[in-house]
Design a protein around this ligand. Structure first.
Ligand SMILES: [Zn+2]
Length: 360
């Protein structure tokens, strides 16, 4: 991802832990041949008043414990391990250790686990604290910290908190890792395209080859910048009669395997190359031509036209993610580098000069 969310957005991230602890306490009692605490005494004192009226939670807990009681000792141990691993956030994002899935657990317990997970996720839009629903409070902290773009792609805007909600992206899908269903750390807001078109129910912890992989923690990174420095001018796709650069999109950061997961799940490089760079590059160059003409007038040499690229990067292209500037700035750095190249520089400068001439 390009940047991470403020950790303060997790200030109300208590629901998943409270319920998982309550369930584990019930399991411990059953293992010790005791009767689990009854409702609402099984709820922690500080949340009892808020949760005691949630009859859905009461029934889903008891359904789960009823099924758990029927399991063998070995099966119970599998369930316990799955709970502990699936809820080991944020470590599970980066520790590379196995994380058992729902499918690996005894089938008899699947329905009660899924029911509990679905219910809990729904509670994030039902339980209020400080006047707002838990998930809206999380989003409010993020939006108020001036985050306006999706950190998974940097391409799409976030809506204001009072607008219809964005989907919350289950990094670890609820169908695979149900015990993290309502952990806000597992639920970063994402744009519709990232969430619904690309991420969907993909298992972020396991590759298509079935291998465990690591990913970024949306609240602590690692994060990456994008470099196009290795791209090759005049070697890419032909658009509108012009041969574009062949884009070499590199995610610059310290942990490359987490960047690979990001790209594999969200199709970042394909989207940047196809949907932004190939689609917008000529438009950007034409804008440069028009800008140069306004600034300097006509009748300049190709060298003079190329010489203004750094000033354009500094003064015209916005910082950050607005208008896809993080990619546009990189594309113009590449253009500048190509103009200075001893082998192709003259051709590139001549090519650029044409856009000034045609802009008249
Ligand atoms: Zn996105």
């Amino acid at each position: 991802m390009l940047f991470s969310y403020p950790i303060g957005a997790l200030n109300q991230n208590w629901l998943n832990k409270v319920v998982v602890d309550m369930v584990l306490a019930g399991m411990n009692a059953i293992d010790a041949r005791h009767r689990p605490l009854s409702w609402p005494e099984c709820l922690p004192l500080e949340r009892r008043e808020l949760l005691a009226q949630r009859t859905g939670l009461r029934s889903k807990r008891s359904n789960f414990l009823r099924e758990y009681r029927k399991l063998t000792t070995a099966e119970r141990s599998e369930v316990r391990t799955a709970i502990l691993r699936q809820t080991a956030l944020p470590n599970v994002f980066s520790d590379n250790a196995p994380c058992p899935t729902l499918a690996s657990l005894p089938p008899s317990i699947h329905a009660s686990v899924s029911d509990l997970a679905t219910y809990l996720f729904g509670q994030l839009s039902s339980l209020k604290q400080d006047g707002g629903f838990l998930r809206d409070n999380q989003y409010g902290v993020i939006y108020r910290s001036n985050i306006r773009h999706c950190p998974f792609c940097g391409l799409n805007y976030f809506r204001a908190p009072e607008a219809p909600r964005h989907a919350l992206d289950h990094l670890m899908p609820v169908s695979i890792y149900p015990f993290a269903a309502a952990d806000l750390r597992n639920l970063p807001p994402a744009c519709h395209e990232c969430n619904s078109t690309f991420k969907r129910d993909i298992d972020i912890l396991t590759s298509n080859d079935g291998l465990r992989r690591r990913c970024s923690d949306p609240y602590a990174g690692p994060t990456y910048s994008i470099s196009l420095a290795g791209s090759q001018f005049f070697k890419g796709n032909t658009v509108g009669g012009y041969v574009l650069p062949r884009w070499d999109i590199v995610m610059v950061g310290c942990d490359s395997d987490q960047a690979e997961t990001w790209d594999a799940v969200y199709q970042i490089k394909v989207r940047y190359a196809r949907d932004v760079l190939d689609a917008d590059f000529l438009g950007w160059i034409k804008h440069y031509g028009g800008w140069f003409l306004c600034e300097k007038g006509s009748g300049h040499t190709p060298d003079a036209v190329a010489a203004e690229i750094p000033r354009y990067i500094q003064g015209v292209i916005q910082d950050g993610y607005a208008d896809r500037a993080f990619l546009k700035a990189e594309a113009f750095k590449l253009l500048n580098q190509a103009c200075l190249d001893p082998h192709i520089g003259e051709d590139v400068r001549q090519w650029l000069w044409c856009f000034v001439e045609y802009a008249q």
